[in-house]
Design a protein around this ligand. Structure first.
Ligand code: NAG
Ligand code: NAG
Ligand code: NAG
Ligand code: NAG
Length: 303
């Protein structure tokens, strides 16, 4: 059975699969338009492509980052981007969706829900909607956060539902936000040139947890960066953070502690949402075990 067929026997409308099948190989079946966002223009290796859709995130006629979307989860596995220092404030969060997920000949430009002339059942089936998050007790957690992007358009482009996952407020507004700030500071202070970041999710091992019966909730968030050249004045105590470093964050206080231990002394609103810093190799080991794929995030381990 082909990968395409295997996937199409799943949850999606037959019509969508038929349309997708007709034009397979034409548009957005790979990351060729947005390879610049990956270190050495090389997307992560080792991810079994079945069921995943690469998205070059295009907004106002420019590519801003890349995401690997998992159709059945209606959520991304990861977003990959170059970190940039914001030249302004957090923009208006006008949420957008991705027409190319409905059928591959559709526009490859993300579209604000506001301007949607029609949102028929095929659009709703193909991806997460703002409604899925309403009353869900989960926030829209950015994988590529707007605070890691430079221009106003770069930042606005992060407000697309194919770049977010259901994240608990205790993680999104707490320890995970702390990690995002830390990575930004490290980039500013010690990285000489580009920093490539890949941030993604680990689904639950057994039955997926979904909001609104549609969008998969991650059990953990993970993130790794690659800054191939550090500044020459990098202090000795920072050397282990270059050229790569990684982290895994809890999104469920009830998960076991084998991957990320809980700090019982944390404030109650943040307790159980800890983030564990680790080497790239340790993260890749966790991904190998939990996703059952031997993933290499950065070409040549960013050396
Ligand atoms: C946000 O967008 C709305 C509608 O486009 C506009 O009225 C408002 O002024 C914007 N706010 C900011 C801070 O840009
Ligand atoms: C959200 O949390 C509230 C308060 O804990 C609970 O009553 C409600 O059922 C939850 N909603 C969902 C969709 O889980
Ligand atoms: C940054 O890299 C450039 C080019 O390799 C080099 O000339 C410069 O000295 C570096 N700056 C620092 C602060 O390391
Ligand atoms: C990275 O930092 C170390 C000092 O911690 C320095 O010896 C090395 O030259 C730096 N690398 C580059 C490319 O500047």
């Amino acid at each position: 059975m082909s990968q395409k067929k295997k996937f199409c026997t799943g949850a999606l409308l037959l019509l969508l699969c038929w349309l997708g099948g007709q034009v397979l190989g034409e548009i957005s079946d790979d990351f060729s338009h947005c390879l610049d966002f990956f270190y050495n223009k090389t997307p992560p290796k080792g991810i079994d492509a079945a069921g995943y859709q690469p998205i070059c995130q295009r907004y106002k006629n420019l590519y801003h980052f890349a995401s690997l979307y998992h159709r059945q989860s209606r959520a991304p596995l990861y977003s990959a981007y170059r970190l940039g220092l914001a030249d302004g404030k957090r923009p208006n969060n006008t949420w957008k969706y991705e027409p190319q997920l409905v059928f591959s000949r559709a526009s490859s430009e993300m579209t604000p829900f506001l301007f949607a002339t029609y949102l028929d059942q095929n659009v709703i089936e193909s991806q997460a909607m703002s409604n899925d998050y309403r009353n869900s007790n989960f926030t829209r957690g950015h994988l590529n956060p707007s605070m890691h992007q430079k221009t106003k358009e770069n930042r606005q482009a992060t407000f697309t539902l194919t770049n977010v996952v259901p994240q608990r407020a205790g993680s999104n507004g707490g320890s995970w936000n702390g990690l995002e700030n830390e990575v930004l500071k490290r980039f500013k202070a010690y990285c000489n040139g580009s920093m490539h970041v890949i941030t993604g999710v680990l689904p639950y091992e057994s039955e997926p947890l979904r909001i609104n019966n549609r969008v998969s909730v991650p059990e953990y968030m993970w993130s790794a960066y690659c800054c191939p050249s550090n500044r020459s004045d990098l202090p000795a105590h920072m050397q282990s953070f270059f050229p790569t470093h990684a982290a895994v964050g809890r999104n469920d206080p009830n998960s076991g502690e084998e991957i990320v231990p809980i700090n019982v002394k944390a404030k109650s609103s943040k307790r159980g949402y800890d983030v564990r810093r680790m080497s790239l190799e340790t993260l890749e080991g966790i991904l190998a075990q939990r996703l059952a794929m031997s993933v290499s995030l950065f070409h040549g381990q960013c050396q």
